[in-house]
Design a protein around this ligand. Structure first.
Ligand SMILES: [Cu+2]
Length: 190
């Protein structure tokens, strides 16, 4: 979107410069209007729309054997539950463990108010809404750590409502599924 907007802005500035230089009148206004004003702009917008549809389609959950992680948001933290290495269910607080190179579904619920799950390095946001279940498909390409946060203002502790995503190598040893230490008190006004 930034590239598209920059191209359109540059085009408008060029047109303004040409208009100022030529003064009123000129013979090629119609061609400019059709080729650049409509053709170029519509092409950029169509490319952006196609990219948005392609990206959005990849974020839709579908029936396959992708890892499914239940995430419960609450004031003010995140709890993740998923199958562990032995098939038993494991729950972690404040850390989400996912394998690299494979899509996973995150099933978002809220225990109280509306929160929003966002890991900027992995993709778009998705709300966690009380009484409703939202499923969001993501994928991390390489092992590493990413920061995640609540992207919907949800009360005094909102700013500290962060979590960590640990992307592990699926061919290496399984993670220990340890929880994160609780965040330090941040003067939440209690
Ligand atoms: Cu929140």
């Amino acid at each position: 979107m930034l590239i598209g907007a920059a191209l359109i802005t540059a085009l408008v500035l060029v047109l303004v410069a040409l208009a100022l230089r030529r003064g009123a009148g000129g013979t090629s206004e119609r061609r400019w209007t059709i080729h650049w004003g409509l053709g170029f702009t519509m092409t950029v917008l169509a490319l952006l729309l196609g990219f948005g549809l392609w990206t959005g389609e990849r974020m839709i959950s579908r029936a396959d054997d992708a890892l499914r992680v239940e995430a419960e948001a609450r004031q003010w933290g995140w709890r993740f539950t998923q199958p562990g290495p032995g098939g038993e269910s494991v729950t972690t607080e404040g850390i989400l463990y996912v394998p690299a190179g494979a899509p996973f579904d995150i099933v978002l619920r809220s225990a109280d108010v509306i929160h929003s799950f966002w890991v900027p390095q992995l993709g778009g946001k998705m709300d966690a809404i009380p009484g409703h279940e939202n499923i969001h498909r993501l994928q991390a390409d390489a092992p590493g750590r990413h920061e995640g946060l609540c992207a919907e203002f949800c009360g005094l502790g909102h700013a500290a409502m962060r979590f960590e995503v640990v992307v592990y190598d699926p061919d290496g040893p399984p993670p220990d599924f340890a929880s994160a230490p609780p965040p330090a008190a941040t003067g939440e006004g209690s």
